[in-house]
Design a protein around this ligand. Structure first.
Ligand code: AMP
Length: 535
């Protein structure tokens, strides 16, 4: 096996992590997170658990619906199989996932933003015998089903000519179903946002959750946990928002679901629902800051806004602290690796730290390496490897890629980082986004931050386009205030601060930076848009 990682880095640093398969209690499986969550709901049936549009669902109704669904699905879902869920941020998506998980089957919920062809590839690839689709996803589900053979579909609601699973469930028993999962069964396959290439299936087994819970117990939640609070989820439940929702439900809180992120509706929900906790990606925070309602919305209930998932610009985070309050905690992590580092709410008081992604969480060990896999000198930049104890259980059906990415529990993040003398991590770029130019590399996050140093630049995205000679040209798209600086003013700023190599060949002024379904800058789309334009 070629690890690319030098022995010194691995030696002795990795705690023993044998996965107990253990004896399984008769008839039932592992006492999983889902059962813990359902037990918490059953113990407090009157609690408002889920809010969506004009519906308010109490904990008792939620737990009963999950068990009813599990009874109906029991004959149709085999332990160890993978079910595809085509659904948005709806209560139906939440109950369907919990019921399938309880039965010991895996779930994959492709992001709504994916094309029908990409979603169909995922459904076929996980060999899902069953697709569950909710009313919101009906049209796209039809398009997906037309492309895959031999899949049964059940609808989470009335659907012309189809089986309505909720109707069947309403007549079923609410008698609790015991969890069927075994530790090594697949619990979830998450397909990444597609910011880099074809979506890959990141696989977690049921044991992953047990490890995650153990790591959380050891590392803590840095004041960002929504215990007993009210969590607003406006990003896809198939990403970080869903994991936070589960924990909130398990810990006595309420989850308010929004179909998608729209800044005006998001602000209104915080005020109306007295939201205490939420999660956003940095580009979505910029959209809040640029929304006219921000300064007239009552945000006094908000105790914690966790952000992460993409680079955050220090100038804009400082603005967010000023205008929204001292509620920000930044997490840096990865679907493959789990939690890597945190910049706590307290650390946000120090403006010098806002350009960092904080320090590794106590349960995470890091190594920064050169191209040969040797540790770089302290303070130098290199590729970040992490050992979190929460790494994925591999890429679905891609053993070689899995073996190259996870080596003895160490995950190759594909991020370029450096660690300063105080232990804070600075992320420069994803290796795949770095632009190879004549004379060196341009780190796109670094150049984006540089452009955003101009007080009139609200958001910037930098991307490379291949040239015939094997190098790339640098392009930027910017959202600016009016009066807007000229392209020359911005390129002069870059030349002055970073040198000619960093100067973009084009600077395009756009109304909005396109984002993926999750809320990250969509560099693929920027490239495609540029290619479609006369140059
Ligand atoms: P995903 O697993 O698809 O959500 O993407 C993980 C990647 O997003 C990481 O490898 C980083 O490149 C980026 N990322 C996540 N959190 C942060 C953060 N706080 N700051 C900068 N980049 C981040």
């Amino acid at each position: 096996m070629t690890t690319g990682l030098h022995e010194d880095v691995l030696d002795g640093a990795v705690p023993d992590r044998a996965v107990p398969d253990g004896p399984v209690p008769d008839g039932g499986g592992l006492y999983s997170d889902v059962e813990e969550l359902l037990d918490a709901l059953a113990a407090d049936r009157d609690r408002e658990a889920l809010v969506h549009r004009d519906r308010r669902i109490r904990a008792g109704e939620l737990v009963d619906t999950v068990h009813r669904l599990a009874h109906v699905l029991d004959e149709r879902v085999e332990r160890g199989s993978v079910v595809a869920l085509l659904a948005g941020n709806t209560p139906e998506a939440v109950v369907a996932r919990l019921a399938v998980t309880l039965l010991g089957a895996g779930i994959t919920q492709p992001h709504e933003g994916l094309s029908a062809a990409a979603t169909a590839r995922i459904v076929a690839d996980v060999e899902a015998p069953l697709v569950l689709a909710d009313a919101d996803a009906a049209a796209s589900a039809e398009a997906v089903l037309a492309l895959v053979d031999g899949v049964e579909v059940l609808w989470l609601g009335a659907h012309d000519g189809g089986t309505d699973l909720l109707e069947l469930a309403a007549a079923a028993s609410a008698e609790p179903v015991r969890g069927r999962a075994r530790p090594h069964d697949v619990e979830q396959i998450r397909h990444t946002g597609g910011t880099t290439g074809h979506p890959k299936g990141i696989t977690y087994t049921f044991d992953h959750h047990r490890r995650g819970a153990e790591m959380r117990r050891r590392a803590g939640n840095f004041g960002a946990g929504a215990t007993g609070g009210r969590l607003l989820v406006a990003t896809p439940v198939a990403h970080v928002g869903g994991a936070m929702a589960d924990r909130t439900l398990a810990e006595g809180g309420t989850v308010v679901l929004q179909d998608s992120f729209e800044p005006g509706a998001f602000l209104a929900a915080i005020e109306r629902e007295r939201i205490t906790h939420t999660f956003l990606l940095p580009p979505l925070i910029y959209r809040l800051l640029d929304h006219p309602d921000l300064d007239r919305t009552d945000l006094s209930s908000l105790r914690s806004l966790v952000y992460g998932g993409a680079p955050a610009n220090p100038r804009r985070i400082a603005e967010a602290l000023r205008r929204i309050g001292p509620v920000f905690t930044q997490f840096y992590g990865q679907t493959e690796a789990g939690g890597i580092s945190v910049l706590t709410a307290e650390e946000h008081r120090n403006p010098d730290l806002l350009g960092t992604v904080g320090r590794p969480i106590p349960t995470t060990t890091i190594a920064i390496t050169d191209a040969d896999g040797r540790p770089v000198a302290p303070g130098e930049r290199g590729e970040l490897w992490v050992h979190t104890g929460m790494e994925m259980d591999g890429y679905w059906k891609q053993p070689e890629l899995s073996a190259a990415t996870v080596v003895d529990g160490w995950v190759r993040t594909g991020d370029v980082a450096r660690q300063d003398a105080d232990g804070y991590l600075h992320l420069l770029d994803r290796v795949k986004d770095m632009i190879v130019v004549v004379g060196g590399h341009v780190y796109t996050s670094e150049l984006e931050d540089l452009l955003m140093e101009h007080p009139a630049v609200r958001h910037a995205a930098v991307f490379g386009v291949p040239d015939d000679d094997g190098t790339e040209t640098v392009h930027a798209a910017v959202v600016t205030d009016s009066p807007s600086p000229s392209a020359d003013e911005l390129t002069d700023l870059v030349a002055d601060r970073a040198g000619a190599m960093y100067v973009p060949s084009t600077v395009e002024f756009v109304e909005r930076i396109p984002l993926t379904g999750i809320g990250k800058t969509d560099k693929k789309r920027l490239r495609a848009e540029l290619a479609g334009q006369p140059r």
